[in-house]
Design a protein around this ligand. Structure first.
Ligand code: ATP
Ligand code: MG
Length: 300
C-alpha cells in the first residue's frame, strides 16, 4: 500500500516548464504557472525512490494558508499565489486536485533565503568548528537547539538539480544578487516573514527553528515571495513543550528531520535510489499531517 503520486502526468494538456525535486511546473499562459507538488520527498538533496502519500496536498494547503496569512501580517509583502483553481485543460485530471496552485511566473533570484532563529543542522556544524554561522560571529557557549540572540539571515546557493546547496555569507549572497536594493529587500522580507511565522507557530505550540524562502522579481523588479512557504519540507518545526528538555541533542520534529535521522543512522545519507520502508513512510506522513493540522487549525 502506498498511493503516493511521484509522477505528475499532464497528458500533454499543458507544457511543462520545469521539474524540481518535489514540484513540477507547467505553463498556463505567458504570465502564469501551475505549481504542482508531487508526493516525492527529498532529503540531503537526494530524491527518495518512493513518495509520501498525501504529502503534495499537505504542502499545498500549508503554503496557501501561509501566503494568505503573511500577506495580512507582513506590511507590503507580495506573493506569487493567484488561486487554487485548476486551469481548464486539466480541470478533470484528479492527479492535480488539491496539490496545485496557479502562481505568477517570475524571474527567480538565484539564492535560497534561509532564516535561522535557533542553532541546529548545518548552522550548528559550522558553529562547532569555527564559532560562526555562515561566517557570522556568534557568542561563545551556545548549545545545540538554543535560540539565537536574534534571527539570522543565512543564505545558501541555489544548486542545480543533483548538486548540493552551499551556505554562504550574507556578503556573498549580496554579490550574487548583484543589486544592493534588491538584496536588502530580500534580507528584510526574509526576517520579517520569519518573525511573523515564528509568532504564529509559537501560538500553536511549534518552534520554527529555521526556514527557507525563495523570491522572484516582477517586471518592475519588485521582490515577490515565491515557491512553497513554511512547510515541513522547507522548515524545521519542533514541538515547543519538549524543546527545552532536548537542548544539546536532536529535537523531535514535525518535519523531514525524522527521515533524515533514519537515513543517517542507516548510513544512507546522500545515497541515490533509497527506498524508504513503509513504517518510516507512514510515520513521516503522520508528522506532515500533524504539522499541517496544527498550523492551519484544520484537520487534514
Ligand atoms: P528543493 O526545494 O527541494 O531544493 P528544487 O528547488 O529543486 O527542490 P522544487 O521545489 O521541486 O525544486 O521546484 C520548484 C522550482 O520552481 C524551483 O526551482 C523554484 O525556484 C521555481 N519557482 C518557484 N516559484 C516560481 C515562480 N513564481 N516563477 C518561476 N519559478 C518558480
Ligand atoms: Mg524548492
Amino acid at each position: 500500500m502506498s498511493g503516493a503520486i511521484t509522477t505528475i502526468d499532464v497528458q500533454g494538456k499543458l507544457p511543462k516548464v520545469a521539474s524540481g525535486k518535489v514540484r513540477d511546473l507547467f505553463a498556463v499562459d505567458d504570465n502564469t504557472l501551475l505549481f504542482v507538488a508531487s508526493d516525492r520527498i527529498s532529503a540531503y538533496d537526494v530524491i527518495m525512490e518512493n513518495g509520501i502519500p498525501g504529502k503534495g496536498a499537505l504542502l499545498t494547503e500549508m503554503s496557501i494558508y501561509w501566503f494568505k496569512y503573511l500577506t495580512q501580517h507582513v506590511p507590503g509583502l507580495r506573493t506569487h499565489y493567484i488561486s487554487n483553481e485548476l486551469p481548464g485543460p486539466i480541470s478533470s485530471l484528479t492527479t492535480f486536485q488539491d496539490r496545485s496552485m496557479q502562481v505568477q511566473r517570475l524571474r527567480i533570484i538565484p539564492i535560497e533565503s534561509i532564516v535561522r532563529g535557533y542553532i541546529t543542522g548545518s548552522g550548528w556544524s559550522e558553529y562547532k568548528k569555527s564559532g560562526t554561522v555562515n561566517g557570522i560571529a556568534m557568542p561563545a557557549g551556545l548549545i545545540e537547539g538554543q535560540k539565537l540572540p536574534q534571527p539570522l539571515w543565512t543564505p545558501s546557493t541555489k544548486a542545480e538539480l543533483g548538486d548540493k546547496d552551499e551556505n554562504i555569507s550574507p556578503e556573498k549572497a549580496r554579490e550574487i544578487i548583484a543589486n544592493p536594493k534588491i538584496a536588502a529587500r530580500v534580507e528584510e522580507l526574509s526576517l520579517q516573514i520569519y518573525e511573523a511565522a515564528a509568532k504564529r507557530a509559537e501560538s500553536v505550540g511549534i518552534v520554527l527553528a529555521d526556514t527557507k524562502f525563495e523570491f522572484g522579481l516582477d517586471e518592475k523588479d519588485e521582490v515577490v515571495l515565491v515557491d512553497e512557504v513554511l512547510t515541513p519540507d522547507s522548515s524545521r518545526f519542533w514541538p515547543r513543550d519538549t524543546w527545552e528538555q532536548n537542548l544539546g541533542k536532536a529535537q523531535p520534529s514535525f518535519d523531514k528531520q525524522f527521515l533524515r535521522d533514519w537515513l543517517t543512522s542507516n548510513g544512507l545519507k546522500g545515497k541515490e535510489g533509497v527506498k524508504v520502508p513503509e513504517d518510516i513512510v507512514q510515520q513521516t506522513a503522520a508528522k506532515y499531517r500533524e504539522a499541517c493540522e496544527k498550523i492551519t487549525g484544520k484537520s487534514a
